[in-house]
Design a protein around this ligand. Structure first.
Ligand code: TYD
Length: 138
């Protein structure tokens, strides 16, 4: 997938003096059925996560708390996003290499995924990913 398929999804917000509320419905606010949710937390300063791509899986990443950077790479071009609002989701289609770093202290990174965990869906080797990504974009 090319980087222009990536987008920030502005999630619904119910503002309230008692605290704000955001909700997410599969196939409505995210362009896939949510099969799995996981989150990164207690991330030590300087840590670096990600460093992989998915063959089929689509995902939406939300900074539930704090902030972090996500660098995306479609095999040709890189783009860095800074996520720091719990009502913005970064939609990432399949075939996109991603790295996550610069986690603020106490941050929580939540990922909504279109597939169950399956190691066979991962590219963990950048060169292998790049060859396939470039071939698919032709
Ligand atoms: P990994 O996807 O490599 O983490 P990151 O890319 O964020 O650094 O996953 C780390 C480990 O956790 C790996 O051994 C697989 C396991 N894991 C699961 O068992 N289930 C899951 O849903 C995820 C995301 C990871």
């Amino acid at each position: 997938m090319a980087l222009n398929n990536v987008r920030i999804i502005d999630l619904p917000r119910v503002k309230d003096a008692r605290g704000n509320l955001t909700f997410i419905e599969g196939d409505r606010h995210v362009p896939f059925d949510i099969k799995r949710v996981y989150y990164l937390y207690d991330v030590p300063g300087g840590a670096h996560r990600g460093g992989h791509a998915h063959r089929k899986l689509h995902q939406l990443i939300i900074a539930m708390s704090g902030s972090f950077d996500i660098t995306l790479d479609d095999g040709n071009t890189k783009f860095k996003y800074h996520l720091n609002r719990s009502y913005y989701g970064l939609y990432i289609p399949n075939m996109m290499w991603r790295e996550i770093d610069n986690f603020s202290s106490g941050s929580v990174c939540m990922v909504l995924a279109s597939e169950y965990y399956e190691e066979a869906d991962y590219y963990r080797d950048y060169s292998e990913f790049q060859i396939d990504a470039r071939a698919q974009q032709r």
